[in-house]
Design a protein around this ligand. Structure first.
Ligand code: ATP
Ligand code: MG
Length: 571
């Protein structure tokens, strides 16, 4: 991709400038901060590519930080899979880490520090405990156009606040009874700046720390502390956090006053936040909450269902990490919200697989073809593994005179311009010979049961000795050695461009009833020994991957990754 367009985006320029002006202490440090409350999806992949990509570009470090400050919904299963998916995308976290592993952090490991910082804010008169209800607070906080009113607790003494905060911590109060607010500016036109909550009471066990805490820090307080204390220099997040940035900076200023900002090579590291537009894709939903709903209600087989926009779903579908990275690159980093077409991602997948995938033959909707004048047992056909890559070599496939072909490749009464198999018409059986159909046999229901014909014995290899042209070439699977297989054909999960157009409670009605079709057919013998996760081009049929979970050597299962062709062209 051209250096001058999407890759030199505003965030890259922002970092470049800081590097040039010596603000990083010699090392760019970024972070990717997923909450372990679900699997990562293609939207997260964009953030992964950006966070890790920028660190790589500037020779710095990217931390993987599990933002596990919200005690509900989090789990180690999610955490482990997030790591697996990031590695699969081709990235590795690095840096010091907070104990177990280089570059890896649990935000919850900072709870003690965050708590201490909160107490220090109280001592400095910069935070206070408040017991207004949410409804009352709405009233006090007011609207952007007019200043709000101070909470009755706003001017309580630090001593009293400290005692209250400790009582909150010690479990004396119920959820919501009290909270800790930063004392900032009740007249600010930015609502987030009007004495925001920084600690709240939640009597919920944390997945790592159990019942140690019943007060938990809010994101707006926790995130800048995590960034700052880890020595992050550039903190990139999605646009909805732009209005929170003054608060981010406010917290960093307080840390600075407390002398808590780290120093690297004589440079005090002041983390900064910038925002970019999130990735949206049409014909799917992306919020983890809705994806979880699809899973728990059984609308899909799991987070890794190949129709899911999750990274693990895409892996199981056969998408490649390279194609996902290329897609993120092409979508680009901007400040304008937009929607991307899933066809662009499919195009990226197809481009890569066309270069790399080994060619094989598979018949998804089989009908038998008998070569009546075949004699002398099986012969071997030799075909290239990949015509675009000579180094991929060739393969040998037995041909014994009886083969499966796809039903759609035969017409008893051919339409105009139907150059495939039909009585009286010659076709090439790919790599084997020229075959002329004579007739077909039908079952009681009138369905074609068997096709008969003869081969031109001077055409072994597929070309006529006299040089006559044969228009149609048909893929086939030898019936004696072909292996039965299951094919899972996937389509979009939703029929509507924006499944949320009627609100999040209505999106299920736009699910595509035909998003999964199962076919049973045959594959050439080599495919029985494919490795789960191995990708192929089934000639004339599409790109397929051996299912990473259900593929067994005796009973192969292939997922269709993407069709062979599409009219889509990237702009
Ligand atoms: P969701 O809303 O899908 O549940 P989230 O934003 O709550 O996602 P986090 O785990 O908090 O998920 O996100 C981790 C990082 O990924 C954040 O920095 C977030 O900004 C980024 N991110 C999440 N969704 C997208 C997206 N669609 N496009 C780009 N970045 C995203
Ligand atoms: Mg989040």
């Amino acid at each position: 991709m051209n250096e001058s367009d999407t890759s030199r985006h505003f965030l890259r320029q922002w970092i470049e400038k800081d590097v040039a002006e010596g603000r990083t202490g010699g090392k760019v440090v970024t972070r990717f901060p997923p909450e372990p409350n679900g699997y990562i999806h293609i939207g997260h992949a964009k953030a992964v590519c950006l966070d890790f990509g920028m660190a790589e570009l500037f020779g710095g470090e990217c931390h993987l930080r599990l933002d596990d400050t919200n005690p509900t919904k989090e789990s180690d299963e999610y955490a482990e899979n997030i790591k697996k998916d990031i590695r699969w995308l081709g990235f590795q976290w690095s840096g010091e880490g907070d104990g177990k592993e280089p570059g890896f952090y649990n935000a919850s490991n900072m709870f003690d520090k965050m708590y201490d910082i909160a107490e220090e804010l109280i001592r400095r008169g910069q935070a206070y405990c408040c017991n207004l209800t949410q409804d009352e607070w709405k009233e006090y906080r007011g609207v952007p156009e007019r200043p709000g009113r101070p909470s009755p607790s706003r001017d309580t003494s630090p001593e009293r606040n400290l005692a209250l905060f400790r009582e909150m911590r010690d479990g004396k109060y119920a959820d919501g009874e009290w909270c800790l607010r930063a004392k900032i500016d009740m007249a600010s036109p930015n609502i987030h700046f009007r004495d925001p909550v920084i600690y709240r009471i939640r009597h919920v066990a944390h997945y790592h720390l159990g019942d140690k805490w019943c007060v938990y820090p809010m994101y707006d307080f926790a995130h800048p502390i995590e960034d700052a204390l880890e020595g992050v220099t550039h903190s990139m997040c999605t646009l909805e956090f732009e209005v929170h940035r003054p608060l981010y900076d406010w917290v960093v200023d307080r840390l600075d006053e407390m002398g808590l900002l780290p120093v690297r090579n004589g440079v005090k590291l002041r983390t900064q936040q910038r925002e970019f537009a999130r990735l949206n894709i049409t014909y799917t939903v992306m919020s983890k909450r809705l994806l979880l709903q699809l899973v728990t209600e059984g609308h899909v087989s799991g987070w890794d269902d190949p129709r899911m926009p999750t990274v693990c779903g895409m892996r199981r579908r056969g998408y490649t990490p390279g194609a996902i990275r290329e897609f993120c690159e092409r979508v680009g980093v901007t400040k304008v919200e937009s929607e991307s077409d899933p066809a662009l991602l499919e195009w990226c997948v197809r481009e890569e697989l066309n270069q790399k995938a080994l060619r094989r033959m598979a018949v998804l909707d089989p009908v038998k073809v008998v070569v009546d004048n075949w004699q002398g047992g099986a012969r071997e056909v030799e075909l290239p593994n990949n015509p675009l890559d000579e180094s991929a070599g060739v393969r040998k496939i037995p041909f014994g005179g009886t083969v499966w072909i796809d039903r759609a490749d035969f017409m008893e009464v051919p339409e105009k311009k139907f150059f495939r198999m039909a009585p009286g018409q010659e076709v090439r059986l790919r790599g084997a010979c020229i075959f002329k159909c004579t007739h077909c046999v039908k079952d009681e229901s009138g369905r074609v049961a068997e096709i008969h014909g003869t081969w031109d014995e001077a055409s072994w290899g597929g070309n006529a000795a006299d040089g006559r042209k044969v228009k149609g070439t048909i893929h086939w699977v030898d019936s004696a050695t072909g292996v039965q297989a299951e094919f899972r054909l996937y389509d979009r999960l939703f029929t509507e461009k924006d499944p949320l157009k009627d609100g999040p409670s209505e999106f299920l009605k736009y699910m595509n009833p035909d998003s999964l079709k199962i076919r049973r057919g045959y594959v050439e013998p080599l495919l029985a020994a494919a490795a789960p996760g191995e990708r192929f081009q089934f000639e004339r049929t599409g790109y397929f991957v051996a299912d990473e979970t259900d593929f067994k050597p005796g009973s192969p299962v292939f997922n269709r990754t993407v069709s062979l062709k599409d009219s889509y062209k990237p702009s």
